[in-house]
Design a protein. Structure first.
Length: 179
């Protein structure tokens, strides 16, 4: 069960889909081998600003100098086995890049939804009010980081990929591709 904040006892990972929330996806490859599609419901009803930031980076709607900016051909740059996977640094690819559709960074929106099970996603940041383009999702144990979206389909690829002999292989070869 969720604890603290306004999350009450909501089991966020079991929450039924809200048909008004947008669904986005990542097509994942490991090397050149397709590993599957990850579909995600964005919790726009809970964190609309955060969800819109992520959605525009998924769709390529956000543009800089007339060119789409976002997650297309972005890699997973941080993996902690049995805990979380982090991605979204399309600027530098190493976890140090940060930008949002609202400027360099944007403020924390709320702390309502908590990680109550696998497949819930959060903004990855460097502290309070430093949200940008990076996000992470938990694989197993619940923790207290607020989330703004949920994987609806395709979580299985992360289990397969993390069984590779080296976490470094996953880090360098697993990429997101948006169609």
């Amino acid at each position: 069960m969720a604890s603290g904040g306004g999350g009450g006892s909501v089991e966020w990972h079991l929450r039924p889909p809200n048909p008004k929330n947008p669904i986005v996806f990542f097509d994942v490859t490991i090397g050149t081998i397709p590993a599957g599609r990850i579909k995600m419901e964005l919790f726009a009803d809970i964190a609309p600003k955060t969800a819109e930031n992520f959605r525009q980076f998924c769709t390529g709607e956000y543009r800089k100098a007339g060119l789409p900016v976002g997650y297309k051909v972005c890699q997973f740059h941080r993996v902690i086995k049995d805990f979380m996977i982090q991605a979204g640094d399309f600027l530098k690819g190493d976890g140090s890049g940060c930008v949002s559709i609202y400027g360099l960074k944007f403020e924390d929106e709320n702390f309502v939804a908590k990680h109550t099970g696998p497949g819930l996603l959060s903004m990855a940041n460097s502290g309070p009010n430093t949200n940008g383009c990076q996000s992470s999702w938990n694989r197993n144990a619940p923790h207290s980081i607020p989330n703004f979206r949920q994987i609806k389909h395709g979580l299985g690829f992360s289990s397969i990929a993390l069984n590779e002999s080296s976490q470094e292989v996953f880090h360098h070869l697993c990429k997101m591709r948006l169609a």
